[in-house]
Ligand binder design. Structure first.
Ligand code: SAM
Length: 245
């Protein structure tokens, strides 16, 4: 059997690709890409000439079966998406599942993901977090989802597009109340913007000006739900009280 490599690619800044990712993309027999034209630009930038085939959401099952055949024949294949880590709100899970079911070795490479960068910059207390990817675009479904997440005791992270950001923040404010929230826009890009504020301020900001770019929104749990150390002061006092020094 060949190996299926899962290879994260930059989410904006082309410097954000690991040495290992570059080597694997060079060495494999084939790269399965969400959009071959998009990935071709990255490969040209890196001077890589490996053959590309397309693997996109609408054809995941059909393409997955074809790629599985190639893996079974012994070909090594790298899976990439347009940006970030494949199979994280991106195509990939069908192929990965098929590979598991057929005993194909799977090697996931660590690398860029908008979720992890945003979460690391949130400053929110983290014994865990809940990642929902994109919230539904239909208002009714989105509100239903938010209601189901209201009592979650962990920060909740969403991916969002510029034309839906106001809708998400409006519904979240109404359903959650005015919680502390992180706005992470255009991470790693020229107009990167990171703002820790509250839902009311961020909703206002989104409503005032037509937004551009890509967003990660992370909402803190409600006060009663929050895990130990809701405020920094509380946490510092706790350490003082519990320290032997
Ligand atoms: N697989 C990707 C990852 O690992 O981050 C996510 C792909 S998903 C189709 C695209 C969404 O990810 C965007 O709509 C946005 O919510 C988020 N995203 C991707 N790049 C981003 C960036 N540079 N800054 C902020 N959010 C980003």
């Amino acid at each position: 059997y060949g190996t299926l490599y899962i290879v994260p690619t930059p989410i904006g800044n082309l410097e954000d690709i690991t040495l290992r990712a570059i080597r694997i993309l060079k060495e494999v027999d084939l790269i399965a890409a969400e959009d071959t034209r998009h990935t071709k630009k990255l490969l040209n930038h890196l001077g890589i000439t490996t053959r590309l085939i397309s693997y996109y959401r609408e054809k995941e099952a059909q393409r997955g079966a074809q790629i599985l055949d190639m893996l079974t024949e012994g070909k090594n294949i790298a899976l990439v998406s347009d940006a970030g880590t494949p199979a994280i709100s991106d195509p990939g899970s069908v192929l990965v599942r098929l590979a598991h079911e057929h005993g194909i070795p799977i090697v996931p490479l660590p690398g860029p993901s908008a979720l992890i960068s945003a979460m690391s910059a949130s400053g929110f207390e983290q014994t865990g977090f809940l990642f929902h990817g994109f919230a539904p675009s239909k208002k009714g479904q989105r509100r239903k989802l938010l209601k189901s997440l209201k009592d979650c005791e962990y920060p909740v992270a969403f991916y969002e597009s510029p034309h839906r950001i106001e809708g998400l923040l409006t519904d979240a404010l109404e359903i959650f109340g005015n919680r502390k929230t992180l706005w992470a826009r255009e991470l790693t890009k020229t107009f990167e913007e990171l703002e820790q504020s509250d839902l009311a301020c961020l909703r206002k900001k989104a409503a005032e000006k037509k937004q551009k770019g890509e967003f990660v929104i992370i909402i803190q749990p409600g006060e009663k739900m929050a895990v130990k150390g809701e405020s920094i002061e509380e946490l510092i006092n706790w350490y003082r009280d519990n320290s032997d020094l």
